[in-house]
Design a protein around this ligand. Sequence first.
Ligand code: BG6
Length: 483
Amino acid sequence: MAAEVEPHLFVILGATGDLSRKKLIPALYHLLEDRNLKDRCHVLGSSRSAVDEDHFRKTARESLEKAGFPVEEVGEWCGAWTHYHSLGESGKEFSSLKDRIEKLESELDLPGNRVLYLALPPAAVSGAIEGLGDAGLNRAPGWNRIVMEKPFGRDLDSARELNVLLRRFFKEDRIYRIDHYLGKQTVQNLLVFRFANTIFESLWNRGHIETVEIAVAESLGIEGRGMYYDRSGALRDIVQNHMMQLLALVGMEAPPQFSSRYIRDEKVKVLQSVAEIDPRHVVLGQYEKGEIGSSKVSGYREEEHIPSDSRTETYAALKLNIDNWRWQGVDFYLRTGKRLSRRVTRIVIRFRKPPLCLFKHFSGCILNSNHIMITLQPDESFHISFDVKKPEEPLRLKTENLHFHYKESFGPIPDSYQTLLLDIMKGDQTLFVRADEVEASWSICAPLLDAGIPVHSYEAGTWGPPEAEDLPPPKGGWLPFDS
Ligand code: BG6
């Protein structure tokens, strides 16, 4: 594994921000330590903050200690492998960044391979791409990879503009658009589950499947990110990216080869086949104060930086259809929300009932449909439900489950950022979103942003607004979240 990662400089723009401190630095350290790659990667943090290198190293060390890594080890790494360069008050001194990069590469005897990771607020992204490009940092003596965090645009037009801007300076095979859901082991496992097992793939179509439910429920609120979230909302924050990725992986055809090009070709085809969503099949909501577990939580409009008249949605439920051969007539239900009763991300594939109920003459004998429940978090697992006869007379059926729990078989699962960072270092784009994919998913979601869909209230700690029950219900009803 170590041989696949070439020595490089990992440049983080926005290195003093939350994403860098809480996610990137700990994930980088863990990955490099775990895989014995420390000597192949030097980290250069950069931001407009006028802090010096010692200060940057100190904050990096603190975030690693907070993440639970041993004090002495992280101290050594931060002292020798992390560096800092300020982009000046304007945040635009990219030529000086270029000089620093070249100097470091020569001092550290690095071959000129670079990762440029934009961990920046959305408003700063275009300026940084231009700044890097104009300073000539779109070229490198070795390889050069630029990493874009979500959100990628605010709507279809802005996503297209961002793609045009990126392509002015970088080729598509140098661009890594992150959707951290793709780094989750269970999400990647969807492909293995589907395409390495004949028993599932042969049933994976409209002939056998009645509905597909994709749910991303969170008990957390907006966690101090009011400024970002109020301009975003659930459709932009979760549906357009994470849920569209899950939809694409559930719906795609088998690629001709397991390669980034072919997998992404198939994903984009599914997204391009999604029929225009009827706004009447969309329910939006915003949480009011309530109780989660035994804790009282505030309503969305009481959160910091949220205007008291905000109508930003923190919940979205919708029904869509995929107009292609495999999925014609199958309803897909997507539901996501913050401050719901508990955290669960899962996909439920519900099969059609048998064509005939042989047991209908036995009173109380109800035939259930089989389902496969793929839980992505927090308890990564698969459950397959089926009916059995209860050992008693008269004949009665009971639904039982076959279970598989990841942790039981494999122990703790790596953080998604570690997976994604390693792939960036190796140059594998499979788990990153291509330009046409991001535009296809915006084409699905953007019309809903301007459709004037009402935003209903729901109490924190419930499963969303009661109006969601008015969506045309899945045949066979919703599978309760608590099941
Ligand atoms: C992020 C969203 O992309 O995903 C957050 O911006 C959300 O609002 C988070 O909480 C959910 O990620 P996970 O991995 O906890 O399901």
